[in-house]
Write a protein that binds this ligand. Structure first.
Ligand SMILES: [Zn+2]
Length: 253
């Protein structure tokens, strides 16, 4: 994303204004992250969310699974791991200043973008009324995790019906109205021409702190987040940034 500077070479931008005008009178007021697993939000977009929250955007998380197979420590059961990871999710959300977390409670490794999930996601769109969605790219062929694909697929599939009064009208009670999502941004895609690269260097420490809330995944070991540091450094390399996250916009009508 660029803007012309006095007719000379365009000046590249790497800030959150690339998503649109931020704030009460702008495009981006309420943002919902549709994630598959408890630590997806922090790892994929935690730095950008910290910056958006700073700018006054109200951010919430819709979490599709409880991440209840995400361990090799067999002192956990699926139930106890789910309970632990819900606590960790709330701690991470608090660290980043999120407004709300919606738990759908599906099993990890078994998420399917079926009609039930579509209706559940649409219900969250109708309750939180986001103008903007961050989620996984369901069109990316490199996606090896079926839950990531299903979450992104369901997020896009829920967009149209969530606007329509005759779709699951039982959701439209107690002041809940039809949704009006305006725009989607998928995690990643830094290699694409239309990718948005966000400089998260000033939010890196907060991203790490929020990610560290997922103790069952990353523990207290210093090296546990080396992969994340490497990923976000690599994403910033294109643009001379210390740490960056990337997003791909999807146009909806
Ligand atoms: Zn995940």
């Amino acid at each position: 994303m660029t803007e012309p500077a006095n007719g000379s070479e365009p000046t590249p931008r790497f800030d959150i204004s690339q998503f649109g005008a931020i704030g009460p009178e702008g495009d981006i007021k309420r943002l919902l992250v549709v994630a598959a697993h408890p630590d997806d939000l922090e790892t994929t977009c935690g730095g950008t969310l910290a910056l958006l929250v700073d700018a006054g955007v109200e951010v919430a998380l819709l979490l599709c699974t409880d991440g209840d197979i995400g361990t090799h420590d067999l002192s956990y059961t699926r139930e106890s791991l789910a309970a632990t990871r819900r606590e960790e999710t709330l701690a991470g959300a608090q660290a980043l200043g999120l407004k709300e977390v919606f738990f759908l409670g599906h099993h990890d490794g078994e998420l399917v973008a079926d009609l039930q999930l579509r209706a559940e996601v649409a219900g969250a769109y109708r309750r939180f009324l986001p103008d903007t969605i961050f989620t996984f790219d369901p069109y990316w062929h490199g996606q090896a995790h079926p839950d990531h694909n299903a979450a992104g697929r369901a997020a896009v599939d829920a967009y149209m019906p969530s606007k329509m009064e005759l779709y699951h009208p039982e959701q439209l009670i107690d002041g809940v109205t039809v949704a009006d999502v305006k725009r989607f941004f998928f995690f990643g895609g830094s290699e694409r021409a239309n990718a948005i690269t966000v400089d998260i260097s000033s939010a890196w420490e907060r991203k790490v702190k929020a990610t560290r809330c997922h103790v069952s995944q990353f523990g207290q070991r210093e090296e546990a987040l080396q992969w994340l540091e490497q990923w976000n450094r690599e994403t910033g390399k294109c643009c001379g940034l210390e740490f960056a996250e990337a997003f791909t916009p999807m146009t909806v009508w």
